[in-house]
Design a protein around this ligand. Sequence first.
Ligand code: FES
Length: 81
Amino acid sequence: MIVCSCNVLSDGQVRACLNPGPGCPRTPAQVYACLGCSPKCGRCARTIRGILDRALSEAHAACSTTCGTACTLKALTEEAA
Ligand code: FES
């Protein structure tokens, strides 16, 4: 599904750039940069943020040893539990 019509980005492309670890995009702006584009109208930022939060909270178990206690996703997974 296309989530950003300005840059023609799909939800799969957004998820594909999210890899556990310190270099993983944590904001919509970092996702745009990872995919080689930049925001235009900004309507998709909330959707991209949602994909980002869901995907990273699911992947958090895999990255918890790398991220350590400073990981901002720890609160997300604790809220969901
Ligand atoms: S829909 Fe993504 S920048 Fe416009």
